[in-house]
Structure formats: structure tokens, C-alpha cells
Design a protein around this ligand. Structure first.
Ligand code: NAP
Ligand code: ZN
Ligand code: ZN
Length: 348
């Protein structure tokens, strides 16, 4: 056991604060990583504040991790000390069910172990995430990171990148498809970059007029304000795909109506409160409303390699660890351009 520095939420109401946590000694298949950068996902906020229920305190969020290998177990074959590596949203799974065998560990039939606030596979401990100086992860769940891109900008690929890449691949988004991204935050801006790199004609649907220039710079062809009823009416039956990344409760029906016949709306955002869905926009256009959770390890590596090849990374604002509570407030206010990333060398 090694005691390391971290930042933790001690209750739903309190700001995060410095904390000491234990990391296990690396077992035969484990990789110990010194964390260099940790992205700030909206899921971190949902969890720290117990918005989804079930948060175990002290909770250490963070699942967009980039770092260097510091120690390895004797059976580790994929990594050596000094390698640049990444860890995303989960750190273990049963590794023998149908989904694990199909490289879909995120849908493990026996329950995958998320990087934070999640029972380990032996059910003895609750995981603690990337707002910490080190993490120990079994090698199957560790990713190779190229040194081609700036590492701070790569960190958000480990959640925001793979979460948007996976549905684009699964639903075979291709050149010429008309695709809308709802919400231009961490996930949204990666969806714009990735979908446009795959040739889709991207429209951003946003509440925030001041994001228009950015949307175009990120690769969107069009930008529309969702509060304007006339604009929304004019977009009826326009899109082949809609990627919904909104973090708060909202009306899915108004977006479903914007899909063409047989169009697909993918829910990525995870608002704590449920929303009502009317049968009619689905029935009237044979439309699909679907969801998607991050991506498996094989696909995450594929996404990292794709991003290195196409020079794609996240637009970030680098913060000190002590600025985390302010960053949460700014994220909630929609004032993030487009991901906060913590420089973990500032953890003290
Ligand atoms: P984020 O950076 O805060 O972005 C969310 C965006 O949604 C905001 O920038 C804003 O965009 C829009 N929005 C926020 N509140 C809204 C409201 N009340 N009404 C309408 N639009 C609103 O968050 P994120 O890190 O991208 O995460 C987004 C959601 O995805 C979270 O719920 C998170 O937990 C979830 N998530 C899911 C997965 C998965 O595997 N499915 C993975 C990671 C995260 P505009 O200003 O442009 O309107
Ligand atoms: Zn996330
Ligand atoms: Zn499994």
C-alpha cells in the first residue's frame, strides 16, 4: 500500500479538498502510473454532488487520465517504465462474459469497475479516480498514448473523445451525413471535431449564442440557437443523426422531430432526472432514440490512434488542482472552452 495525494469530495454539499488515499502495490499484471493531467468531466460533478445517487465518500473523481508508467508487475507485457499512457472511464471488468469477449467491457454483464465510485471486481473496495498523484491499473485497461499531441489536450479524449467516437463508428456516420450536436461542452466539442473529420455535415444546436464562432472553428458548418422556436421549426426532418450531450433535464421530443425518416438520436448526456418521450415523433418517422456508454478498451485505443493520426485533441483550459471547485461552477454555468484539465504537478 502506498499513500498518495489526492483531492476528494467528503460530502455532496462540500467543495473538494486535499486528501490522502491508498493505492495498492502493483500486482503481477498491474501498471503504476504517475498522473500528469486529469480532465474534468461533467460526470465528475454529478458524482461529487451525488446527483445520480450512490456516491460513496470520500469520493475522488477523474477519469480522463494521462501519465507516465512508474512501476510494473512482473507479468506486464504491453508497457515499460517511462511509457506515456492513458486511463479512461473504467479500470476492470469480469473479462469473461459475452460483452467482455466482444471488446465491449463497458457493457460487462457482471458489472464493470468504473475508475471512480465503483466497486472493485472483488467487491472489497470502492475505486478512487484521477484527481490524485498516482493510480494502479491492471494492464488490460491501460492505453498507449502517442507523444505526437500535447498530453494535456489528449487527456479529455479518454472520456469525451471515446464517448463521442464510439457511437459515430457504431452507427456508421459517414461523408455527407447531416449530423446535429446538441450542447457544446466537453463531449459536444469532441463530437463536432470527430464527426466533421469523418466527413459529416455538422450543425451545433446550442443555448449559447457566444459559442457560434467556436463551433465553426471546431468544424461545424451551421450553428443554431435552440431557444428560437422559428429556427427549430425550420430544422424539422433535417438530420440523419443527432448526438445529444446535454447534462441537464430537457425535452427530447423537440429534437426527435428534427430527424429525417429513420434518423437516429443518440443520448450521451446523463441528466439525473428522467424526461418524457412521446410515441409520436418516433412512430411518425420510424425514428430511433438510443444511448451509448463510453467505449471498450480496443475501441479507445483505436480512437487515440485515430486522433494522433488526424491531429485531433481537445480544446482545453489548464487549471491548478486548487481551482477545481471554481472549474465545477464554471462548467455548470456553461463557461468552459471546452474542457478543464488539471495540471497534476500542482497537487500539493
Ligand atoms: P459539459 O461540458 O458541461 O457540457 C454540457 C453542455 O450541455 C453545456 O456546455 C451546454 O451546452 C449544454 N447544457 C447544459 N445545461 C443545459 C440545460 N439546462 N439545457 C440545455 N443545454 C444545457 O458536460 P460534458 O462533460 O460534456 O458531459 C455532458 C453529459 O454527458 C453529462 O451529463 C455527463 O455525465 C454525460 N456523460 C456521459 C457519458 C456516456 O458514456 N454516455 C460519458 C461522459 C459524460 P450549450 O451551452 O451549447 O447549450
Ligand atoms: Zn466522463
Ligand atoms: Zn464481463
Amino acid at each position: 500500500m502506498k499513500s498518495v495525494k489526492a483531492y476528494a469530495a467528503l460530502s455532496a454539499e462540500k467543495p473538494l479538498e486535499p486528501w490522502q488515499i491508498d493505492r495498492r502495490e502493483p500486482g503481477p499484471e498491474d501498471v503504476e502510473i504517475e498522473i500528469l493531467f486529469s480532465g474534468v468531466c461533467h460526470s465528475d460533478i454529478h458524482t461529487a454532488r451525488n446527483e445520480w445517487g450512490g456516491t460513496v465518500y470520500p469520493a475522488v473523481p477523474g477519469h480522463e487520465i494521462v501519465g507516465k508508467v512508474t512501476r510494473i508487475g512482473e507479468a506486464v507485457s504491453k508497457f515499460k517504465i517511462g511509457d506515456t499512457v492513458g486511463v479512461g472511464c473504467f479500470v476492470d471488468s469480469c473479462r469473461h462474459c459475452n460483452n467482455c469477449n466482444d471488446d465491449l467491457e463497458q457493457y460487462c454483464e457482471n458489472g464493470h469497475t468504473q475508475t471512480y465510485n465503483s466497486p472493485s471486481q472483488d467487491k472489497k473496495t470502492i475505486t478512487l479516480g484521477g484527481y490524485s498523484s498516482h493510480i494502479v491499473v491492471t494492464e488490460h485497461f491501460v492505453l498507449h498514448v502517442s507523444d505526437k499531441l500535447p498530453l494535456a489536450n489528449v487527456a479529455p479524449l479518454l472520456c469525451a473523445g471515446i464517448t463521442t467516437y464510439s457511437p459515430l463508428k457504431h452507427w456508421n456516420v459517414k461523408k455527407g451525413d447531416k449530423l446535429a450536436v446538441v450542447g457544446l461542452g466537453g463531449l459536444g466539442h469532441m463530437a463536432v471535431k470527430l464527426a466533421s473529420s469523418m466527413g459529416a455535415e455538422v450543425t451545433v444546436l446550442s443555448r449559447s449564442k457566444d459559442k457560434e464562432k467556436d463551433a465553426e472553428r471546431l468544424g461545424a458548418k451551421h450553428f443554431k440557437i435552440t431557444s428560437d422556436a422559428e429556427t427549430m421549426n425550420s430544422l424539422a426532418s433535417t438530420f440523419d443523426f443527432i448526438i445529444d450531450t446535454v447534462s441537464a433535464q430537457h425535452d427530447y421530443n423537440q429534437y426527435l422531430a428534427l430527424l429525417k425518416t429513420s434518423g437516429v438520436m443518440v443520448i450521451l448526456g446523463a441528466p439525473p432526472q428522467p424526461s418524457e418521450v412521446s410515441a409520436f415523433p418516433l412512430i411518425l418517422g420510424r425514428r430511433s432514440l438510443v444511448g451509448s456508454l463510453v467505449g471498450g478498451i480496443k475501441e479507445t485505443q483505436e480512437m487515440l490512434d485515430y486522433c494522433a493520426e488526424h491531429n485531433i485533441s481537445s480544446d482545453i483550459e489548464l487549471i491548478k488542482m486548487s481551482q477545481i471547485n471554481e472549474a465545477y461552477e464554471r462548467t455548470l454555468a456553461g463557461d468552459v472552452h471546452y474542457r478543464f484539465v488539471i495540471d497534476m504537478s500542482t497537487l500539493s
